[in-house]
Write a protein that binds this ligand. Structure first.
Ligand code: R5P
Length: 294
């Protein structure tokens, strides 16, 4: 493998532990100003020292992140949709030249296996891999959950394996029952998304279960930045991922570190100023129940 590719992969998954805590703050690319990310710069700054890498869009990277940061960047390069439209209808939104200009360590896109745009998103992946290999930039594929698809080991195993077969160097998916089978049948490292905000103890258990089954770590967003104690939470996640602490041990640390609350942090709903029509609300409701957005 080329030195540049190896170097970038090692920056995302540090050799010391072979594991990684990625901080995902790319949600705005289809969700707009989602809870906890209204001012991304303010959210990211205190968390950055505790993240092994930062996953975000080029707009937020350029405008909101200190360019002297040494934390590797995983750049979201797919999009073109919003919660008001069909989410699977994504295009590649960033050229590899711009990704290289931003000195990123990887590029990320979503694939929507089983959706009406399955073919397009898989073709996006294949073409991104072609460009990434040319530049020595690894591609991380996110297995977005298609409409009406169960989030189970059979489906996610299918998605992860296809992503790896098409050349993704890292795959991001969801934890589920039988997760070990997914890891074993995927020839590249897997990280898990945190998904919608749940109680801190449960989110730590999710991370614990995933790494116990062979995931190399997490690419977690809402369960960190929507926590009542985001810095405490990312540090607790690090204890699970890098120090093999149990969820209970990490949760004790979180409680001692500050303001952990046993229930979900209550957040004011965002006012987007958009009056959402009934049919769009229904589509969004279906997306939420499929676990794609919150
Ligand atoms: C979704 O496609 C985005 O890539 C998010 O970054 C991803 O879902 C991870 O964030 P969370 O832990 O909030 O699910």
């Amino acid at each position: 493998m080329d030195w540049g590719m190896n170097n970038r992969l090692a920056r995302i998954i540090p050799n010391e532990t072979g594991r990684t805590v990625m901080l995902a703050v790319d949600h705005g690319y289809f969700l707009g100003p989602t809870g906890g990310l209204e001012r991304p710069g303010e959210t990211v700054a205190p968390l950055l020292p505790h993240a092994d890498s930062l996953m975000l869009t080029r707009g937020v990277l350029r405008q909101c992140v200190d360019p002297t940061s040494r934390v590797p960047v995983v750049l979201r390069v797919s999009g073109g949709t919003s919660i008001l439209s069909e989410l699977s209808n994504e295009e590649i939104t960033v050229s590899m030249e711009d990704a290289a200009r931003l000195n990123v360590s990887a590029v990320a896109l979503s694939i929507f296996v089983g959706s009406e745009n399955e073919r397009r998103t898989l073709a996006n992946l294949a073409s991104l891999v072609d460009q990434g290999e040319q530049y020595g930039i690894p591609v991380l594929a996110v297995t977005a959950v298609g409409k009406d698809m169960a989030r189970d080991a059979r489906y996610l195993g299918l998605c992860c394996r296809i992503a790896a077969e098409l050349g993704a160097r890292i795959v991001k998916t969801y934890y589920c029952e039988g997760f070990q089978d997914i890891v074993e049948s995927c020839p590249v490292p897997i990280v898990i998304a945190g998904g919608k905000k749940i109680e801190e103890r449960a989110a730590l258990e999710l991370a614990y279960n995933a790494v116990s089954c062979g995931a190399v770590g997490v690419d977690m967003g809402r369960n960190i930045f929507q926590s009542a104690d985001p810095v405490g939470m990312i540090r607790a996640v690090r204890q699970v991922v890098h120090e093999n602490k149990t969820a209970d041990e990490a949760f004790e640390f979180l409680k001692e570190s500050g303001s952990a609350v046993p229930q979900m942090a209550k957040r004011k709903r965002q006012k987007t100023g958009v009056r959402v029509p009934q049919k769009i609300r229904e589509r969004r409701r279906r997306s939420v129940s499929a676990g794609r957005v919150r």
